[in-house]
Design a protein around this ligand. Sequence first.
Ligand code: PMP
Length: 390
Amino acid sequence: KEAYNVPLTLVSPRESLNYREDRIINLDVGDPIMYEKFWKKMGKKATIVISGWRYMSYLSGGQSLCWFLEPDLCQQILRLHRVVGNAITEGRYIVIGTGSSQLILAALYALSSPNSSQPTNVVSAIPYHSSYPSMSDDLKTSVFKWGGDATTYEKDEPYIEIVTSPNNPDGSLREPVVNRTGGKVLHDLAYYWPHYTPITAPADHDLSLFTSSKCTGHAGSRIGWALVKDPEVAMKMVNFIEMNTIGVSKDSQLRTARILSVVSSSCEQAGSSEYPESFYGFGHRLMTERWSRLKQAVKHSGMFTLPDFPTAHCTFHGQQTQSRTAFAWLKCEDDEEDSAALLQRHRIIGRSGVSFGSEANFVRVSMMDRDDNFDSFVQRISKITRLSED
Ligand code: PMP
C-alpha cells in the first residue's frame, strides 16, 4: 500500500517504488492496456485533432434513430463488423452509449416489462460478470431486479437473461439457458472478437452489445454500441441515455471512429508496409504467447488449474484457432483455499470467484496488463507451490 503514497511526480515511473520487484501487481480490473504497443506503432494514423469550435452541439448531423450517433462512427462500426464478420448489422439499429456499461442499463430498462406489477428478474449463469448483480439491484428501481443464477431460474415471472459469450470471467462460449416463456435475452458480446476467440458465424441476435474497451483496447474513450432489431426497444434505450447523459461525447465518438477505421484498414491491408500486421493478428499473437507462458507457470506451480478452451475454424483468421480469453480463471484444486487471498500473499490482486457467484477457490486475473506486470505475474505464479504454502 505504501508504494501508492510515493509522490510520483518526484521520480520517473521506472524508478518509483511501483516498479520494485516486490511491487503489488493489480490484475483485478480488466484494463486492456497491453494494446498500447500496437497503437504506438500506428502513430499519426490513429491521431485526431479537434478544433475548439467544432462538435459543440448536442446534436449530430445524421439521420439515425439514435439522434446523438455521429455518422462517421456509425459508418466505421458497420465497416468493422463487415470486415471481421462477427455480427449481422442489416436490419439493426445502432445505439451508442458511454461504454457498454451504460448500454447494459439502457437495455435492462428497455427490455423490462412496463406493465408488470413486479420488477423484471435479471439472470445470468454462474459464473457471471461481477457487475451484473449490482447494476440490476443497487438502484433499487421498480423496473428490474437481480434474479441470480440463470441455470436454476424457475420463476413464472418475466425475466431478462444476460448471455455473455465468450464469458467474463471463464471464457466459455455460451447460449441462453433459461427455457421459459416471457423471457428476453441480452447478448453481451464484449469479447466476440478474433483476438480472443474464433469467429465461427456472424452474431444474429435481437440485441447484442459491443464495446471499444475490449475490441480495440480504448476503455478510456468509454464508447460501446448496441445492435438492436426492434425499433421500439432501440428507442427506449435512446430515451434512457437521454435521461442519463443527453447523448454520448462527440469527442470520444470521433476518436473511436478513427480508431475503428485504423483497425479495419489494418485487417484489409495486413502485410503491407503501412500495416505489417492486423490489429487482431497482433492481439491474437500476443494472447497466444501469454496463455502459453501462463499455462507453463500454472503447470510448474501445481496449485491451480485453468479451463480448457475449444478450437474452431475462425472465419476471420481463415484457420483453426483456440480461444485466448482476456481473463485467466484460476481454480485452486484445494476446495478450502481462498484463491484471491493466496494470490494476495504473493502481492497479486485478482478478483475472488465469489464476486462472480462462484466459489472462493476460484480467482479471476486480467491477462491484458502491460508486459512488465504480466511477466512478474507469471513468475510469481510459477513460484506458488504446495511447498511454499506449507
Ligand atoms: N460487459 C462485459 C462482459 C465486460 O467484461 C465489461 C468490462 N469489464 C463490460 C461489459 C463493460 O465495458 P465498458 O463499459 O468499458 O464498455
